[in-house]
Design a protein around this ligand. Structure first.
Ligand code: PHB
Length: 387
């Protein structure tokens, strides 16, 4: 074979390889609870991702987006470790995404580092997650981001003493520390604090203790879902509103997707959060309308928006690489994200790979027959203060 013919044949092989790669799907390993008491996390985030793909097409720069779903079942790091390894080794995913719970995101981050896979966090909210791997980029929120400004807001508004109740794991510890920091720096006093088990907490004894202590207000963080309902129910049963104790909560408690199950007991609750179904913007009106059309019977919540925005950023990064998904380049691109989300303006802080966004103070009201979180105050461009 002459050298020209050799080069020609070699180029042909190369061309074939590139063409095959272009036709291969981009695989995203999506790890979320799809069953059990927290199945709603999976449903909401998956719906948000699907809505983005429905609106924008599921092929980006010639490559189809393939979602490979794995059920974490809840906060279960041992299961997630196995699932993430399978996704990387057997399914050969290009990216990892999802992560409803902090302990799951911690093990995911280790595997993302070992396998050099970008990992897009769509809920887990403990500050340190992004520091666990240079491949992690977060599109959700952090408890510190939401609750340090909330503590300061409460003290400025005249609340003098607060008792804190948080779930006893990463995001609860962060929420407690952040709220207390903001609150005491602005002159407030901590009347007491308690951490409750992550799994199946029983609230009566804690709420009785609060009643006996008589603080002016309680601050609470619980992971979104049934626990919030149980808490609010017990709070009412024990007569805390009549005893004059105010309830201030991280917005997970009045999750837009589940708020109707709280019923009138939710009315008047004050919370701090980064997304409300009732957020008054054209982008959010279009989002909620499209979501409810695509998924009737489900009201979009903060998790759905993190899925939607995270998928939008992933698609933009694939497009910018003409269909390639180089791990380091992808992270570099995700770090430059800046967009108008249904929640308001968001960006990624390139130094920490964490989200910068507006924090809203809201009150539960009935509007047009629906229970919603009405935003009435805001703190703009909040970077995670928990780094
Ligand atoms: C978390 O585990 O980081 C977490 C879970 C549920 C929430 C917020 C944070 O509502």
């Amino acid at each position: 074979m002459t050298s020209t013919r050799f080069v020609g044949a070699f180029a042909g092989v190369l061309f074939a390889a590139t063409a095959a790669q272009a036709a291969d799907p981009v695989k995203i390993g999506l790890i979320l609870p799809f069953s059990g008491p927290f199945a709603d996390y999976g449903r909401q985030i998956d719906n948000g991702i699907q809505l983005y793909l429905k609106q924008n097409g599921d092929t980006v720069a010639g490559r189809k987006i393939e979602l490979i779903r794995k059920d974490s079942t809840g906060p279960a790091p041992d299961i997630v470790k196995r699932l993430a390894q399978e996704l990387v080794v057997r399914d050969k995913v290009d990216l990892l995404a999802g992560f409803g719970f902090t302990p799951n995101a911690f093990v995911g981050a280790q595997i993302a580092t070992d396998a050099r896979k970008p990992m897009v966090v769509m809920n887990a909210a403990t500050s340190s997650i992004t520091a666990k791997s240079p491949y992690v980029v977060r599109f959700s929120f952090t408890q510190a981001q939401i609750n340090e400004p909330f503590g300061a807001w409460a003290a400025r508004g005249g609340v003098q003493s607060v008792y804190t109740i948080v779930s006893d794991y990463g995001p609860g510890h962060d929420a407690e520390a952040a709220f207390k920091k903001g609150f005491t720096a602005a002159g407030g006093k901590v009347a007491g604090e308690v951490r409750v088990p992550l799994k199946s907490p029983e609230f009566s004894a804690y709420i009785q203790k609060v009643k006996d202590t008589k603080p002016e207000a309680v601050f609470v963080f619980l992971p979104a879902g049934e626990q919030g309902n149980a808490f609010v129910k017990t709070w009412r049963e024990y007569g805390l509103p009549q005893a004059g104790v105010k309830l201030l909560a991280a917005g997970d408690l009045t999750d837009d997707g589940l708020i109707e199950s709280l019923g009138d007991a939710a009315l008047g609750l004050i919370t701090s959060f980064h997304y409300s179904y009732a957020h008054d913007s054209a982008v959010n009106k279009a989002y909620t309308a499209a979501y409810e059309q695509a998924f009737p019977q489900v009201r979009p919540n903060f998790m759905s928006v993190a899925g939607y925005d995270g998928m939008a950023a992933i698609a933009a990064a694939i497009k910018a690489q003409d269909g390639r998904v180089d791990p380091d380049k992808t992270v570099e691109l995700l770090k430059t994200t800046k967009m108008e989300s249904p929640r308001g303006p968001i960006s990624i802080d390139p130094e920490t790979r964490d989200i910068v966004q507006t924090v809203y103070i809201r009150k539960v009201e009935r509007v047009g027959g629906k229970l919603v979180n009405v935003e009435f105050d805001k703190i703009e461009q909040v970077k995670d203060p928990g780094k």
